[in-house]
Design a protein around this ligand. Structure first.
Ligand code: SAM
Length: 286
């Protein structure tokens, strides 16, 4: 019997992965949570019918949401990680000796429990003493914080359901306030290729630049995300992602990575013309 997991990337485009079996399925207070076992991508987590991470390619997303800001900021000690209940981003952050505290704000406790049980590859680090789990809405959590963090990483779901509030002007403004004077915010910035995703990119970018004077976008190839072309936002109060990037200094940390490297760091910010145009032409976007 053929078993397949499918999700729609547009109404006319479906993405499917052959699966061996479904390991978990439940409706939490916030979303539908599913975990599957597959021959080619290993185990993978799906929330509300959308692929979140697979054992096979999660290293790309989690390396790329963490190492670029960590390679630019001279010393990150306190991190606010919003979303990210699967633990992958926290795992990459914990590889830096400078990191003393990660406040991980995940709205759905059940995601953490499921990932600890079925995907220890990412969630295995969540018991690290440097990680403090807060089961709360990141949008509310950040409202009460001022000047506390060197780095904020917004590792959210997409801009609907529980994640919607993490794509608002108010949220980005509160992130700006919660950062120290030389802080950096990196966010999961959706995809430029399919029309609806591209509008989400423009909407997020337009709202971010209303709070951050310097906000650039970089990219990575993530096979299991819509179109594979994925973006990240790099918003900063002081350090430029390229001018203040010291590749040799990062290399001296001897952090072994499978995707990120110091040449790719520079290349990731070299966007295709159509993506540059998307980011320039946000006027008509509300
Ligand atoms: N890498 C994935 C992606 O790019 O779509 C996201 C990974 S992670 C699983 C996303 C997490 O964000 C989920 O566990 C979800 O519960 C959490 N989340 C969604 N909205 C949230 C909110 N308002 N506050 C905190 N966490 C939230």
């Amino acid at each position: 019997m053929d078993l397949w997991y499918s999700e729609y990337h547009t109404e006319n485009i479906r993405f499917s992965i052959r699966v061996d079996k479904q390991l978990y399925s439940a409706q939490s207070e916030f979303q539908r949570i599913d975990v599957f076992e597959s021959p080619d991508f290993g185990r993978f987590l799906v929330l509300d019918g959308y692929m979140m991470l697979t054992e096979r390619d999660e290293f790309i997303y989690h390396e790329m949401i963490v190492h670029p800001p960590m390679a630019v900021h001279p010393r990150v000690e306190n991190v606010l990680l919003i979303g990210g209940g699967d633990g992958g981003a926290a795992r990459e952050l914990l590889r830096y000796d400078s990191v003393q505290r990660i406040d991980l704000v995940e709205i759905d406790r059940q995601v953490v429990e499921v990932c600890k049980r079925y995907i220890p590859q990412t969630a295995g680090c969540l018991d690290d003493p440097r990680v403090t789990l807060h089961f709360a809405d990141g949008m509310r959590f950040v409202r009460s914080v001022v000047g506390a963090y060197d780095l904020i990483i917004v590792d959210s779901t997409d801009p609907f359901g529980p994640g919607e509030g993490l794509f608002t002007k108010e949220f980005y403004g509160n992130c700006f306030k919660a950062l120290k004077d030389d802080g950096i915010m990196v966010n999961q910035h959706e995809s430029p290729f399919y029309v609806n995703d591209a509008v989400a990119v423009q909407r997020a970018h337009k709202r971010i630049v209303q709070s951050f004077d310097l906000s650039m976008v970089y990219q990575a190839h993530i096979p299991t995300y819509p179109s594979g072309h994925w973006l990240f936002g790099f918003s900063t109060k002081k350090y430029h992602p390229l001018n203040d990037f010291d590749g040799p200094k990062w290399k001296q940390k001897k952090i072994q990575t499978r995707y990120y490297n110091t040449q790719l760091h520079r290349g990731a910010f070299a966007l295709p013309n159509y993506v540059e145009d998307l980011l320039k032409n946000v006027e008509g976007i509300s």
